[in-house]
Design a protein around this ligand. Structure first.
Ligand code: SAH
Ligand code: SF4
Length: 397
C-alpha cells in the first residue's frame, strides 16, 4: 500500500511494554532490559541506541538491526511570532515530510503557562478540504504509532533544554486522525501511560473533519481526550464544498455522533470554524450555526483562514469574525477567537510541506481556482453538489 523501502524498521516508541518485553526475551536477555529500554526512550528521550547507556553494546546493535530508536531522521525549525511559535518540518525514514507546531502560551490570571504541540497523523490527507494546504497535497500514507510519538519526543527535548515540559498535545497537524484511528489510539495510549510519556488524557485533543463511524467508536470505547469537530458550515450545501467528506457523512450525522459523544462522556465538544471572507462568514451562516448548536455542550473556536496558495479565497476580517461570534454567544455558546499562529512561518496545516512539494502547473492552479469559485457560488445559492466524496475515503471504516 505504501511503497515503503524493504529495510523499513519499526519505531521503538510504537511498542508497548508487552511488545518490548517479548523482543527482549526473544534475544535471550533478562526481562529488566525491557524497563531500561522503555526508560531510555520515554524518560531519557534517546535518539540513538548509543545514548541508551544502561544497555550493553551488543543489545544496542540488536536494537539497530531491527528497530528505529527515532523515526524522525531530521528536523528543520522555523521560529515565528516572537519566539512563541516553533514550526518543525520533520523528515521520516522514507523521506516523507510532516509537520508539527509547538506553541508557547504565557500564564494568564489563574491559568498556568502552556506549551502545546500540534502533531500530524498522516502524510498528506485524503479529505481534500480546499482551504487546507495538506488537503492539496493529497494522501501519502498513514503515520506509524512511533512517528506520532516521536514528534512529541522531539518537542519535549527542545522544551527540556529550557527547563520546561509539554502540557498539551493536539492532533490538528497534517492528516485526518480518525482515518488512522487504530494507530492514533495506540499513540494516545503511549502518551498517557504514566510509565511512558505520562500526559493526562484531558490534555489531548483529537480533531476530525467528521468521520462518523470512528467518532462512534470513540464514544463506545469511552475515550477520555477532547474531541474537536471541524464544522466550518452548518448548511450541507456549503459544507459539501468546504469539507468534501460531508457528502458521505452530512451535518446531521456528524452532529448526532458529536452529541452522543458529549452525552456519554459529559465532556464539551469543540467545534472548529475556519472563516473565509464572503464564503462561510455571512450573517446567515452565523445564524444557521447558532440554531444548530443552541443548547449543546459545545465550545466554538473561530479561526480566520490562514491564507494558503492556490485558493481564490481570503481570511475573514476581524470585524466579520466578531460579527459571526455574536449570534453564537447570544445562543449561550462559549466562543473563542483564535488569532492565527505562525502565519509568517507558513504555519497553516501542511503549508511547509506544500512549499517543498513541486509546484502544480499554472493551468491546473487556474482550473482549481475556477472550480472553487463555481462550487462555492453554487453552495451560496444552496444547491447541493452532486460530485461524489473523494475516492476511498471512509471505505476502510
Ligand atoms: N483533519 C483534521 C485535523 C487536522 S486539520 C480536521 O480537519 O479536523 C486541523 C484544523 O485546521 C481543522 O479544523 C482545519 O479545518 C484547520 N485548517 C486547515 N487549513 C486551515 C487554514 N488554511 N486556515 C485555518 N485553519 C485551517
Ligand atoms: Fe484533511 Fe483536516 Fe486538511 Fe481537511 S482540514 S484536508 S480533513 S487535514
Amino acid at each position: 500500500m505504501t511503497g515503503r523501502p524493504h529495510h523499513w524498521r519499526t519505531g521503538l516508541t510504537g511498542l508497548d511494554m508487552a511488545a518490548i518485553g517479548r523482543w527482549v526475551v526473544e534475544r535471550g536477555e533478562p526481562p529488566y532490559r525491557a524497563t531500561q529500554i522503555r526508560e531510555a526512550v520515554w524518560k531519557g528521550l534517546a535518539r540513538e541506541s548509543d545514548a541508551m547507556s544502561s544497555l550493553p553494546v551488543g543489545l544496542r546493535r540488536a536494537i539497530d538491526d531491527s528497530l528505529l530508536v527515532d523515526t524522525i531522521v531530521s528536523t528543520d525549525i522555523r521560529i515565528a511570532d516572537e519566539g512563541t511559535t516553533e514550526k518543525a518540518l520533520h523528515r521520516l525514514s522514507d523521506d516523507a515530510l510532516i509537520e508539527s507546531v509547538l506553541m508557547h502560551y504565557p500564564a494568564r490570571g489563574a491559568a498556568r503557562e502552556r506549551h502545546t504541540l500540534c502533531i500530524s497523523s498522516q502524510v498528506g490527507c485524503a479529505v481534500g478540504c480546499p482551504f487546507c494546504a495538506t488537503g492539496e497535497l493529497g494522501f501519502g500514507r498513514d503515520l506509524e504509532v512511533a512517528e506520532m510519538c516521536d514528534q512529541v519526543r522531539d518537542a519535549e527535548r527542545r522544551l527540556r533544554a529550557t527547563g520546561k515540559r509539554l502540557t498539551n498535545v493536539v492532533f490538528m497537524g497534517m492528516g485526518e486522525p480518525l482515518l488512522n484511528i487504530d494507530r492514533v489510539l495506540a499513540s494516545i495510549d503511549a502518551l498517557t501511560d504514566p510509565d511512558r510519556f505520562g500526559l493526562g488524557a484531558r490534555r489531548i485533543t483529537v480533531s476530525t473533519s467528521g468521520v462518523v463511524p470512528a467518532m462512534r467508536r470513540l464514544t463506545a470505547e469511552g475515550a477520555r481526550f477532547t474531541l474537536a469537530v471541524s464544522l466550518h458550515a452548518a448548511r450541507d450545501a456549503l459544507r459539501d464544498v468546504l469539507v468534501p467528506l460531508n457528502r458521505r457523512w452530512p451535518v446531521a450525522e456528524v452532529m448526532a455522533a458529536a452529541r452522543d459523544h458529549a452525552r456519554a462522556t459529559g465532556r464539551r465538544i469543540s467545534y472548529e470554524v475556519t472563516l473565509i471572507s464572503g464564503i462561510n462568514d455571512t450573517p446567515a451562516d452565523a445564524a444557521a450555526m447558532a440554531a444548530l448548536l443552541k443548547g449543546d455542550l459545545a465550545h466554538v473556536n473561530l479561526i480566520p483562514m490562514n491564507p494558503v496558495a492556490h485558493t481564490p479565497w481570503q481570511a475573514s476580517t476581524m470585524t466579520a469574525v466578531e460579527r459571526f461570534a455574536r449570534p453564537l454567544r447570544a445562543a449561550g455558546l462559549t466562543v473563542s477567537i483564535r488569532r492565527n499562529r505562525g502565519v509568517e512561518a507558513g504555519a497553516a496545516c501542511g503549508q511547509l510541506a506544500a512549499e517543498r512539494a513541486a509546484d502544480p502547473p499554472p493551468a491546473a492552479v487556474a482550473r482549481r481556482r475556477e472550480l472553487l469559485v463555481l462550487s462555492s457560488a453554487a453552495a451560496l445559492r444552496g444547491d447541493r453538489s452532486s460530485e461524489p466524496a473523494p475516492g476511498g475515503v471512509g471505505e476502510r471504516q
